[in-house]
Design a protein around this ligand. Structure first.
Ligand code: NDP
Length: 281
């Protein structure tokens, strides 16, 4: 059965839009997300455009700061510092990856956890690891919502996460662990990947390799979540060979229209939460 991220995302955004209205009525302003983009990478440009459109859709304000590749890093850092101090800004996001030569950690570390709506800062990741999350990374957070939409009880299930990036794989594994799954994390040095994947009740793939996961790596009836976004011959596809795997999975996310729309919805949710937290002191 298909997990329709687009539909779940639509419902989530309607709920957020309602809460934004209530927020505006109470505080006489709307939540505000600021987005920083460096360089002209087309995929990043598309993601940022969709984030700005997402804000419009739910009635939030967005501020976009675009810098050409080669801009002095300190100039970008100063804009971040200004946004950190700005009382009207609730969330600050630096679109990743940055072009070569920029120090990603240095720039991200300027964002305090209270405005870190991507959930990437060390404190937010640490709180998640402790099982007491504050702001959760948007993509894994969205995946948890999609899993919830299946109605399947996650407790005690063997969840396998393929990929261990700080932004997707690691927080995904921690969320599944917090949901009482038994979690295995795989990566490029994992030796018996096929065997481990085949033992998964829940399989989350986030590696950035088009159609990598084949049917022979999937247990009959597994839930398969495809985080990958790859462009092949101008078309989008995931990390899962959808046509093969669909026949074996009990639930599966398509690409596009699966995890992607949820990522932006959870970013909007995180921005609303950050705004509410700031108003509540
Ligand atoms: P990264 O490149 O940061 O990490 C990739 C991970 O996959 C690494 O941990 C790497 O292992 C692992 N890996 C690579 N090749 C293999 C392999 N053959 N077998 C097992 N593991 C492997 O990618 P991201 O986590 O940032 O993104 C992953 C994918 O998800 C991309 O396609 C990206 O576009 C997509 N994405 C989608 C989003 C959405 O909204 N849907 C949001 C964010 C990302 P190692 O650590 O050993 O190198």
């Amino acid at each position: 059965m298909l997990i329709l991220g687009k539909e779940v995302s639509k419902t989530t955004r309607l709920e957020i839009a309602e809460k934004v209205k209530e927020f505006e009525a109470k505080y006489n302003r709307v939540p505000c997300l600021s987005v920083i983009i460096v360089g002209e990478d087309p995929a990043s440009q598309t993601y940022v455009r969709n984030k700005v459109l997402g804000c419009e859709e739910v009635g939030m304000k967005s501020l976009k700061y675009e810098f050409p590749d080669g801009t002095n890093q300190e100039d970008i850092a100063n804009v971040i510092r200004t946004l950190v101090a700005d009382k009207n800004v609730d969330g600050i996001l630096v679109q990743l990856p940055l072009p070569k030569g920029y120090d990603e950690k240095y720039l991200l570390d300027l964002i305090p956890e209270t405005k870190d709506v991507d959930g990437f800062c060390a404190n937010n990741i640490g709180l998640l690891a402790l099982g007491t999350p504050r702001t959760i990374s948007c993509t894994p957070f969205g995946v948890m919502k999609l899993l919830a939409s299946t109605g399947v009880d996650l407790k005690g299930k063997h969840a396998v996460v393929v990929g261990r990036s700080n932004t997707v794989g690691k927080p995904m594994a921690m969320l599944l662990l917090n949901a009482n799954c038994t979690v295995t994390v795989c990566h490029s040095k994992t030796t018996n990947l096929e065997e481990i994947c085949k033992s998964a009740d829940i399989l989350v793939v986030a590696i950035g390799k088009p159609k990598f996961l084949k049917a022979n790596m999937v247990k009959e009836g597994a839930i398969v979540i495809d985080v990958g976004i790859n462009r092949v011959d101008g078309k989008l596809c995931g990390d899962v060979d959808f046509d093969e795997v669909e026949k074996k999975a009990s639930f599966i996310t398509p690409v596009p229209g699966g995890v992607g729309p949820m990522t932006i919805s959870m970013l909007l949710y995180n921005t609303l939460m950050a705004a509410q937290d700031r108003e509540n002191g």
